[in-house]
Design a protein around this ligand. Structure first.
Ligand SMILES: Nc1ncnc2c1ncn2[C@@H]1O[C@H](COP(=O)(O)OP(=O)(O)OP(=O)(O)O)[C@@H](O)[C@H]1O
Ligand SMILES: [Mg+2]
Length: 460
């Protein structure tokens, strides 16, 4: 291992961890990245649409404060894990990744800009698409989450406690207002563009470094279970994992969005703002998830034809969402249903009962019900299905350290991560995932997706 956190770095991290994360809503992310159709900024024709440099710079500034704060919380949280869990080699490794990424962000050289340029950067673009950009939408409380449920640390000084918290406090207070585009009417100095590029490159590197976090933390828990001869994780560790993975979803969302905005020409589709699709078509995504889950099921059980899935959905239901998140949740719930159906009725069954996927569109929510006849779950086990590493698969597939995947996509089942992680994705944008089962018959999973898209990331 070549990289080590210095003591000084750990002090800086502890300092940043005094500040709370700033939650952003889906709608704000979209408003920020929307292409200015009027106004004076004209991108170079051959480049396609790019987010204007001044606006991008503001986003970089916001992230260069916000990401270190979020990373710092994680480093500390990992450090404070109880009962020797913080000592496990895989947990240490993950902690080092977070510390290293933190360091890269806070030491990235900033451009020296004239006071004129700096002043212009603080000025908002007056009107984009006829809307005054200073009147940005407000975030609302996340309806599926108790206040503090996924909060990073039990107590916060809220950035205005002791004197030495001053500098970051002042700067974050300024950049908090970043979610409106800058005045991009004239050219910017080359230093600004160079910084944007440097910053994006560093984000890409960080994103890649953290690809294996979920599997490596899972590995760390296994190491600990083995060492301490534990069968189950307690509430403390469950709460830690919820926080940790929720935070990871947020960090990757912000990074992914920033990188995608920088390079909109990769996505000529006008419905995309970064990785958010303003017209996510539910039926298409659901059909794709069904096909994928059935394919994995056939592959896993050696079936010629996986149990059928009936999709009941109006063709044109669409809403603002991250298609990748929705695909993930649908795929996970469908795999669970197909597995339950096959294992309850036996692989040799001629005709399996059909699993239904029903999509309803309301004013507040789009709700997707996945309804199977896979025998259900005993009522006493329901709380367990939300526990990480709870699975009824006998042998957990191997989790060797080189298995460097961002999530457990490939196998049919066996890590016990499918449901808890899917619920985090749902809650991240103000939705929820619920499960109701009839033991002896089947299970209904309700995936609620919030259409209002104003709820804040559940980090406070
Ligand atoms: N539709 C369902 N019918 C019956 N049991 C279910 C259903 N969905 C989930 N379960 C039970 O809940 C457990 C946990 O599900 P979860 O998706 O979190 O993990 P998993 O499927 O075991 O592994 P993976 O992490 O690969 O998804 C399953 O092992 C299974 O026992
Ligand atoms: Mg599963």
């Amino acid at each position: 291992m070549s990289w080590r956190a210095s003591e000084r770095l750990m002090e800086t991290i502890a300092h940043y961890a005094n500040f709370p994360a700033t939650g952003v809503s889906l709608r704000q992310m979209v408003q920020f990245g929307e292409r200015p159709s009027t106004g004076t900024y004209r991108p170079h024709i051959t480049m396609g649409y790019l987010t204007p440099p001044g606006t991008l710079f503001r986003a970089s500034q916001f992230l260069s404060e916000e990401l270190p704060i979020r990373l710092a919380h994680r480093v500390q949280d990992l450090d404070n894990l109880p009962d020797g869990l913080n000592e496990m080699p895989s947990i240490r490794k993950v902690q080092e990744w977070y510390a290293q990424s933190f360091e890269e962000l806070v030491t990235l050289p900033r451009p020296s800009l004239s006071s004129e340029v700096r002043e212009r950067l603080m000025r908002p673009a007056r009107r984009i698409n006829g809307v005054d950009q200073r009147l940005l939408s407000q975030t609302t409380a996340n309806p599926s989450v108790r206040k503090g449920q996924y909060q990073s640390a039990p107590e916060h000084t809220n950035g205005n406690g002791n004197g030495n918290g001053h500098e970051v406090g002042r700067r974050t207070a300024q950049t908090r207002r970043y979610y409106y585009p800058a005045d991009d009417g004239q050219d910017w100095p080359p230093e600004l563009n160079a910084y944007n590029k440097r910053f994006a490159e560093s984000l890409e590197k960080i994103k890649r470094r953290h690809d294996g976090v979920v599997t490596t933390v899972a590995q760390g828990i296994l190491e600990w279970k083995r060492k301490k001869q534990r069968m189950q994780i307690d509430n403390n560790i469950q709460a830690f994992l919820d926080r940790f993975y929720m935070s990871r979803i947020g960090i990757r969302m912000l990074i992914g969005q920033h990188i995608a905005l920088l390079d909109q020409k990769q996505r000529p589709d006008p419905n995309y703002v970064g990785i958010i699709c303003t017209k996510t078509n539910v039926r298409e995504l659901a059909q794709e998830a069904i096909d994928n889950a059935r394919f994995v099921c056939e592959d896993h059980y050696g079936l010629f034809d996986a149990p059928k899935v009936q999709l009941i959905c109006q063709p044109n239901i669409n809403f603002m969402y991250v298609p990748g998140h929705l695909s993930h949740m649908l795929f996970e719930t469908l795999k669970n249903s197909l597995r339950a159906v096959v294992e309850t009725h036996g692989q040799d069954m001629e005709e399996f009962p059909v699993t239904k996927v029903i999509v309803a569109e309301g004013r507040e929510d789009i709700t997707i019900k996945v309804s199977d006849e896979g025998g259900g779950i005993p009522r006493s086990s329901i709380p367990l299905v939300w526990t990480y590493m709870y699975t009824t698969v006998d042998q957990t597939p191997s989790l060797d350290p080189d298995f460097n995947q961002s999530d457990f996509k490939a196998p049919m089942a066996g890590f016990g991560y499918g449901l808890p992680i899917s619920r985090l994705y749902a809650r991240y944008f103000g939705g929820d995932l619920k499960l109701i089962s009839m033991e002896g018959y089947g299970t209904d999973v309700y995936l609620h997706l919030n259409r209002l898209s104003s709820s804040s990331e559940p980090l406070q």
